[in-house]
Ligand binder design. Structure first.
Ligand SMILES: Nc1ncnc2c1ncn2[C@@H]1O[C@H](COP(=O)(O)OP(=O)(O)OP(=O)(O)O)[C@@H](O)[C@H]1O
Length: 535
């Protein structure tokens, strides 16, 4: 059955926005405390694709999927038609491949972590030259493929995102080792304000160092859990880590970096796979690898967005699997990987919003890190990187500094992105109205900018700024959908949910430009008498 997955990023924003509106009304007075268990400010990964008869993501229409899934799933196979890996490598790259393998050959076997059992790396010593060069070829093919997937960011509309290089806009994030607190139930503005006042005991850690042993007290780090609220930059960190590896800049002792998005793993939740076939599905460049290669290489599995997974990870009662060709459910494979029964030498990096992180037993985790967002100077650097027009970035920075709530919220990178979109639009056209001072203002303008972009994209007779009756009706229905699911705590919508709110699935697909724009990122607040409507 064809299903439409749309993401609702709005769940806590009912609470949040109630608070923010109160806050705004009370200007600089104390921020009220509201429950904001899980903030869903961001998602730049809208799902909008069909699942094939077996639910296989590989059966997607390639063109459509390419434009809608900024994903780790390589929809276009990187293999040439006859199944051979395309050799994109320069001689330098080939040499580097050799270097990677020899690094691994020389490196000490990983130690054991709390959950792991002794690993086996047998086989590398006996590797024949032909086998070795085949493996290098696979590694290099995978690096090229990963680089292509990671070097561009897919924020905003497809057109806007497709041209943006990650390295151009990536701004260093403030990441710490250890976990700050329990899940915070306070209103986000208040949480963030507190977070920004750094605790002197926080130990900053660079993203590229998360698997490195940094002090004598530490032992081998096998499993890292990275926490962080919505939109704080977990996925961007994964993307940057992967890109730096694929470009040969960092962590070159790792043979293969294997990002797997939990949201995409949901798509094969009902299927049976071996770890090997799972890799073939999500990383088609690795079709050539064999079971024994996996035990020889130093692998890093990245499970991004545990909070979005629909698995129930039963760590206590599950089948034990130690063979990469043994078929089972994806959740059983995951648990066995994390516990170290399957590929005990493999490194595992899991990212999650705080509310879902408890699914991983602490005994399995060697290091916890937390993405805290941008410090004040990183906020400014973000805007300077974003705009080549220095004057524009200066004006935007000074506007943000002048507004307390905007400045606090810019701790979260996705909020910087919204602010950049809105203020750029307002400052670069003949705009007489006041610049947004409050979050409500900002979200309202954001919706307007997104609708305008959609109209420019799809055309239409009326001026891009004008809303037709049909637009209004659609927005209200989307608002209802978001509101109802916000109350239920759902973050994903199915076609049935859309139909229940009077939305025609095919219409929404046609309008996916605006729908995904609206759904994927932000709650936009309309104040309609005393009610807050979220879109
Ligand atoms: N380091 C960064 N440099 C520049 N922009 C960033 C950075 N990190 C995040 N962003 C901006 O914030 C947006 C959201 O980031 P990201 O998707 O990584 O958040 P997340 O923590 O994975 O959120 P979620 O929990 O909702 O999945 C990005 O699309 C980008 O616009």
């Amino acid at each position: 059955m064809s299903r439409l997955f749309l993401l609702n990023h709005l769940d806590s924003h009912l609470k949040m926005s109630e608070c923010v509106m109160e806050e705004e009304e009370r200007a600089e007075s104390t921020v009220s405390s509201c429950v904001s268990m899980k903030s869903d400010l961001s998602k730049d990964k809208p799902y909008n694709f069909g699942i094939g008869p077996q639910g296989s993501p590989l059966k997607m229409d390639e063109d459509r999927a390419e434009s809608t899934v900024p994903s780790w799933v390589s929809l276009k196979s990187d293999r040439s038609k006859d199944g051979g890996i395309i050799d994109f490598r320069s001689s330098e790259e080939i040499e580097r491949g050799e270097h990677i393998l020899s690094n691994w050959d020389q490196s000490a076997p990983p130690g054991e972590s709390s959950c792991s059992q002794p690993g086996s790396r047998s086989g590398d010593a006996e590797m024949k030259p032909k086998q070795r060069s085949d493996l290098q070829e696979v590694i290099e093919g995978h690096k090229m493929s990963l680089k292509r997937r990671c070097e561009h960011v897919t924020e905003g509309t497809h057109e806007a995102g497709s041209g943006t290089l990650l390295n151009k806009i990536y701004t260093e994030l403030y990441i710490t080792e250890g976990q700050s607190e329990e899940v915070d139930t306070q209103h986000e503005v208040r949480q963030l304000e507190r977070t920004s006042k750094k605790n002197i005991q926080d130990t900053p850690i660079k993203c590229q160092d998360i698997f490195k042993v940094l002090s004598e007290q530490q032992r081998h780090i096998r499993v890292v859990l990275t926490n962080g609220v919505a939109g704080v930059g977990k996925t961007f960190s994964v993307q940057k880590f992967s890109l730096d590896w694929a470009e040969g800049l960092e962590n070159q002792d790792i043979s293969l970096v294997l990002p797997l998005s939990c949201r995409e793993l949901n798509l094969i939740r009902d299927e049976q796979h071996s770890l090997l076939s799972l890799l073939h599905v999500f990383h088609p460049t690795l079709q050539k690898i064999r079971a024994e290669d996996l035990t020889v290489w130093k692998l890093l599995f990245i499970f991004d967005g545990l909070d979005e997974s629909r698995f129930s990870l039963g760590f206590n009662k599950h089948q034990v699997i130690s063979d990469v060709t043994q078929v089972s459910s994806v959740e059983v494979l995951l648990v066995n990987l994390i516990q170290g029964n399957l590929l005990p030498s493999a490194l595992i990096w899991i990212t999650s919003r705080p509310a879902a992180a408890h699914q991983i037993p602490p005994s399995c985790v060697d290091r916890i890190t937390e993405v805290r967002g941008f410090t004040d100077s990183q906020k400014e650097e973000y805007f300077r990187r974003r705009f080549s027009d220095e004057d524009l970035s200066k004006r935007i920075i000074s506007h943000i500094k002048a507004s307390r709530s905007l400045h606090i919220m810019c701790l979260i990178p996705v909020f910087c992105w919204i602010t950049a979109i809105v203020l750029e639009d307002m400052m670069t056209r003949d705009q007489r109205g006041e610049l947004p001072q409050t979050l409500t203002d900002l979200y309202s303008h954001f919706l307007r900018v997104q609708i305008k972009r959609k109209k420019q994209k799809y055309g239409g007779k009326q001026r891009p700024e004008e809303l037709t009756e049909a637009d209004k009706e659609l927005l209200l229905k989307l608002g209802r959908l978001a509101f109802e699911h916000l109350e239920k705590g759902n973050i994903m919508f199915y076609s049935e949910d859309l139909e229940r709110c009077g939305l025609d699935v095919s219409e929404v697909s046609v309008y996916s430009g605006v729908c995904t724009e609206i759904f994927k990122r932000e709650s936009v607040i309309f104040q309609n008498q005393s009610t807050a409507l979220f879109i």
